[in-house]
Design a protein around this ligand. Structure first.
Ligand SMILES: [Zn+2]
Ligand SMILES: [Zn+2]
Length: 144
């Protein structure tokens, strides 16, 4: 199944109709990767209006299709692990760019061990790594 078909199946399961606006938001999120609401709006304008993008994001968040990546006091939006290979992010404190961290089995194993060690069954996790990208390092950016 393509990820679009998977989304349609998930929406139907929740008795939510599959509309062209919802599919367009989903496709834009697949194309852009982690993005702000403004970037998403820019990508979809004028074919999908801001209010329906906003409502679609709310819906997608409640269904676990989209999650928020915290970035200081702001956030970016991204498709969840349901539609994305599991991964972690590194965000730049200088310019806000987000990179995907390279896959590391040891970290995944460690997180499972910590979870089961505490007597829990693991469901999901996220790691928030903040740094300075090469560009910001060369500009001598310093956090306050
Ligand atoms: Zn940067
Ligand atoms: Zn992980």
């Amino acid at each position: 199944m393509s990820s679009k078909q998977e989304l349609s199946a998930l929406l139907k399961k929740h008795k939510v109709s599959v509309t062209s606006a919802r599919l367009a938001v989903f496709e834009a999120l697949s194309r852009l990767g982690p993005c702000t609401f403004a970037e998403l709006n820019h990508e979809l304008s004028p074919s999908v209006n801001r209010a329906s993008i906003y409502r679609t994001i709310k819906l997608f968040e409640s269904l676990g299709v989209v999650h928020r990546l915290p970035m200081g006091w702001k956030y970016k939006l991204e498709l969840s692990d349901l539609f994305n290979k599991h991964h972690h992010h590194i965000s730049c404190a200088g310019c806000g760019q987000i990179s995907v961290a390279k896959e590391d089995r040891q970290i995944e194993r460690l997180i499972l061990d910590i979870t089961s060690g505490a007597g829990y069954e693991h469901l999901s996790h996220s790691l928030e790594i903040t740094g300075l990208c090469a560009g910001c390092q060369s500009k001598g950016y310093r956090t306050a």
